[in-house]
Structure formats: structure tokens, C-alpha cells
Ligand binder design. Sequence first.
Ligand SMILES: *Cc1c(COP(=O)(O)O)cnc(C)c1O
Length: 382
Amino acid sequence: MKTIPYGHQCLDAADRKAVLKVLKSDWLTQGPTIKKFEEALCRYTGAKYAVAVSNGTAALHVACLAAGIKHGDEVITSPITFLASANCVVYCGGKVVFADIKDDTVNIDPREIKKKINQRTKAIIPVHFAGHPGDVEEIYKIARQHKLMVIEDACHALGAEYKVGGRWLKVGSCKHSDMAVLSFHPVKAITTGEGGAVLTNRKDLYEKLLVLRNHGMVRDASKGPWYYEMRAPGYNYRITDIQCALGLSQLKKLSRFISSRRKIARHYQKSFSRSPYLKVPIEQTKCKSAWHIYVLRLQLNRLRKTRRQIFEELRQKGIGVQVHYIPVHLQPFYQEKFGYRHGDFLKAEAYYDRALTIPLFPQLSSHQYKYIIECVLTTLQD
Ligand SMILES: *Cc1c(COP(=O)(O)O)cnc(C)c1O
């Protein structure tokens, strides 16, 4: 039996046709399709500028550099995220300062952020965990009071929305941040194979990001037709036109992808919310989650099995369960480099002990999700 993965890309003939068209063109990279994809991302999210790069991690790295993060600076982020949300700060020589999560949404707690701010703090990287928007308004307010940059790690949340003053805003609009970062890895909302982007409404940041993506090269026609110079080293973090053609084609289907995810999530919510053994994810009324992943929390005190047993039994039944994520402060590197220890972030650790991700992606069939629901409920009971 083939395992049902926790996430999977959704590609069709139109996607393949779009890629083929670029393969037959003059531009495989540094061509016009990149700009088109960036413009489409802006139209979708409402952000003014987009810079597409080679992956989400590169996007976080250039966003931190554009924000001016350097040696000795502190940046606050959540311990419940993928490694890259913290690693990007380390790349710049900065110190990663974690702030504990809120138990309900699993997103970083603004009150915990406040406690961690000092003279060295330069930025906050909130992560919209599982696709559920974080407390962006509150975080942005705190950031402005302390003159901090906000870089949203929106890698889970393309397609998510939140309501402010009766108006729905897309995550990525950067109405409550300086920049927002996306990933187009195959498990994310849309894919380019590998790929990422930084969104912003600030022209100064946009210009820095463009230079950082391309070796730090700045052209100056006034000094000659071939003249270029480098004031600070950049990177080759470029994305290809081939990838952007796929991205453009995928973006057209994003709304459909999100409604499929939402529909499956609703089935899960209905089936699992009554179980005494489970806590289901919440969706606040002021938010529309992008439902990147569906994370159940096991009520361990009511179960006769450990999470490990449940995990292994479900894997044996062909269900590609996962755990998102091991708290980043518990990683050996973060413990050794910054002195973090077990017990530092109790809510994050309690969440981690109970978390179990079950498959959720647009083309998961009703046959498959019904099988998953049945397997989860019976595995918990016997
Ligand atoms: C996927 C992801 C990233 C990194 O994206 P890549 O494109 O894989 O480099 C960063 N942060 C979060 C929260 C992610 O889920």
C-alpha cells in the first residue's frame, strides 16, 4: 500500500504546458516570466512589490539582510516553526530570541514578545503557523513602539486572510509588517518545485532585495554601458523562468486549492472535535486559515498509548503522519549556541509532546480522508 503523504503538490496539464512554453523560449532564467510571476503575487496579496527567489529560506535570508540584521542584533521568533525561520537570523550573525506560543492558535504570543524586547532587539519574525494568521495587528503595534522590523514568515499562509476593521486582508499584503516571506516548496499552497518570494510595500527594501538576490551587483549606466559595482556581497538566489511559469499557472488555481483544503479540514473538524482523545485546531472568526497542515493534539492523559505508538500504527496503516515541529530551541545547535534548555518554553514544549499532523492537501479524495478519519479514531480507541 502506498502511504498517503501529509502534503502533496497538485499539478495538471496546464502547469506542464506553461513550463514547456518557457523551455521552448529564449529565457530560462533572468527573463520576463519572473516579473510576471512577481506581479501576479502582488495582485493576489495586495502587496506593492515582490521579489521571487530560489527558495523560502533564501527569501528569509535576504529579508533579514534587507532589514539590516547584523552581528549582535536580536530577532524574536516562535519556537514552533521550521528551522529556517530562526536560521536566517544566524546567517546574518544575529541572536535568535524565542518567545513562547499561545496555546489556542500555536502562534507566537505578543505578550511574550514584549518581555523579550531590549536595546539589541531589531526585528520580529512571526510565523503564521499551519496557515492560521498570527496576531499581526498587535505585533505590528509593539514593533512600531520599539522601532522594530516585522518580517512575516508566511510560508504556511499564502491564501490566508484576516479581518481588520470589517475588511478582509490577505496575508502577504504587508499591511501589518515590513516584509512577508513565501515558500513554493511542493508541500506549500502553490509550488515552483523550489522557490520563494519576499513581499513588501517599501520601495527601499524592494531595491535592496533585488540587489541581494543577484550577487550585490548594482548597474550604473551613467558610468558606462557595461558598468556595475558591488557595495556589499549578495548571493545568487535567483529563481528561473521555468519555475515562475509553473508558479504563475499554479497561482491561478490557488483559490480552488484553498477551498479544497478548507473542505477537508471541515470534515476533520466535524469528525474529531467530539473525540475525548483529541484537541482539534481552531480557526478564529476574524481569520481564514490557509490550512497548510492539519495538526491534532493528543489528550495524552486520556490515552493508553503513547504518541509514538499512535504515530507508528498510523504509519503502518499507510497514513503519512508527521510532527510539526520539534521546538527549535531544543535543537542541539540552538542549545549550544544560545544556551536554550528544556523547560524554557513550556507551552511550545507541551504542544510538541501532543502534536500529530495528518494528511491534508487539495486532491486528497473523500475516500482517502474518510479512511484517515476512521484509522485515527480506531487507533486512539483500541
Ligand atoms: C517551508 C518553510 C520555510 C522554508 O521554505 P523553503 O522553500 O523550503 O526553503 C520557512 N519557514 C517555514 C515556516 C516553512 O514552512
